[in-house]
Design a protein around this ligand. Structure first.
Ligand code: S3P
Length: 165
């Protein structure tokens, strides 16, 4: 598998965590969920961390990403939806991972996303579509592969595994 990590990027609610976890089981690689790792490291949930502002969150997000990426073993990483906002994050990921953009239509995301655990959206739910429009080109720009997630999880996994074969 190229000796690179596999990183999943995409808008909140696109399926990064679910897909990452199952993929890691299938290919028998360690799995890192960046948000979960941040929460454990700082002993606080994402909502609590955001109390100190987005800038503070982005700083610790970048620090934690660097820690995970520089760990030697090959792994699967699910990132937070805003990871693409910081170019340095993406330089690091591009250099060390195969990046998959999990592209789920925003209309589908909007029907079942839990915004309560996502401060960036709960503060401003009406901005979700604008935020999607703003970020979409970044997911496209930084990924190596784009995977459509408007179908079953098995089909999504099949395609990722096909790319990695
Ligand atoms: C964020 C997405 C979240 C989390 C944080 C900020 C964002 O991750 O990192 O709340 O800016 O889009 P998910 O994409 O897993 O929801």
């Amino acid at each position: 598998m190229n000796n690179k990590d596999i990183a999943l990027i995409g808008f909140p609610g696109c399926g990064k965590t679910t897909i990452g976890r199952i993929l890691a089981e299938k290919v028998e690689l360690p799995y890192y969920d960046l948000d979960f790792y941040i929460e454990k490291k700082h002993n606080a949930n994402i909502n609590e961390i955001f109390i100190n502002g987005e800038e503070y969150f982005r700083k610790i997000e970048s620090e934690t990403l660097t820690e995970i990426v520089t760990e030697k073993r090959i792994k699967i990483i699910s990132t937070g939806g805003g990871i693409v906002k910081v170019h340095k994050n993406m330089e690091l990921l591009r250099a060390n991972s195969i990046i998959f953009f999990i592209n789920r239509p925003i209309e589908q995301i909007a029907t079942d996303i839990n915004i309560n655990t996502r401060p960036i959206l709960s503060k401003n739910p009406s901005k979700m579509f604008d935020m999607y429009k703003e970020r979409y080109p970044l997911y496209k720009k930084y990924c190596h592969y784009e995977i459509q997630n408007n179908r079953s999880i098995n089909e999504v996994l099949y395609e990722i595994l096909y790319v990695l074969r």
